[in-house]
Ligand binder design. Structure first.
Ligand code: GLN
Length: 191
């Protein structure tokens, strides 16, 4: 399956190597043509304000929304999750409004802005070692959004039918299970 990784800013290369490990065909997406060529899309971690500005500049915001409406599954990690949210608290930066959550940027505060924790996963009994870097918090969850994992009572992994978000970075580990979960979501969609 051709899986796109939005490659405007952030840690898209790490997602690409995980997809290669899974024997998929990763495509760096910077243009509408590249987006047209993929069946699913990952929006990486990085800086959500910058990703938002570049999405607008290259008019990919509208194109991604169009593809989502036609059924393309999307996974956002950290900054990617922020970009996908319906509301980014106290910010007027671009958001795609594709998953009905309110999200707060850099919400773990300065001292604790980066940490690691073992979390549980829906598709596996073994804990997953999650890396949080200046992570956001999902503050409100509405219509049809299901929480898949929590850390200290905070939702950190959530999905709808076709959107998956995590406030941490599975692409920075060697563990492919969350990407596999997303690919399964995409396969379910197309089968
Ligand atoms: N703090 C970043 C933002 O607000 C997200 C950090 C990340 O992706 N690791 O966009």
């Amino acid at each position: 399956m051709k899986v796109g990784v939005l490659a405007l800013q952030g840690d898209f290369r790490e997602h690409i190597s995980i997809l290669k490990k899974l024997k998929l065909t990763p495509i760096e997406v910077r243009t509408k043509e590249e987006l047209d060529n993929v069946k699913a899309l990952i929006i990486p971690g990085g800086e959500s304000t910058t990703i938002g500005k570049l999405l607008k500049k290259y008019q990919l915001d509208k194109e991604i929304k169009k593809r989502y409406k036609k059924g393309m599954p999307i996974y956002g990690t950290c900054a990617g999750a922020i970009v996908l949210a319906k509301e980014i608290i106290d910010s007027d930066q671009l958001n795609l409004d594709l998953i009905d959550v309110s999200i707060e940027r850099n919400a773990y505060g300065r001292q604790a802005d980066s940490f690691e924790a073992d979390i549980s996963l829906p598709n596996s009994k073994k804990p997953f070692h999650a890396i949080f870097i200046r992570a956001p918090k999902i503050k409100q969850i509405r219509n049809g959004v299901k929480i898949l994992s929590k850390h200290k009572k905070e939702p950190i992994l959530a999905r709808t039918d076709n959107i998956l978000i995590s406030t941490f970075h599975p692409e920075l580990t060697e563990d492919t299970r969350i990407h596999e979960y997303f690919i399964q979501m995409a396969k379910d969609k197309y089968n």
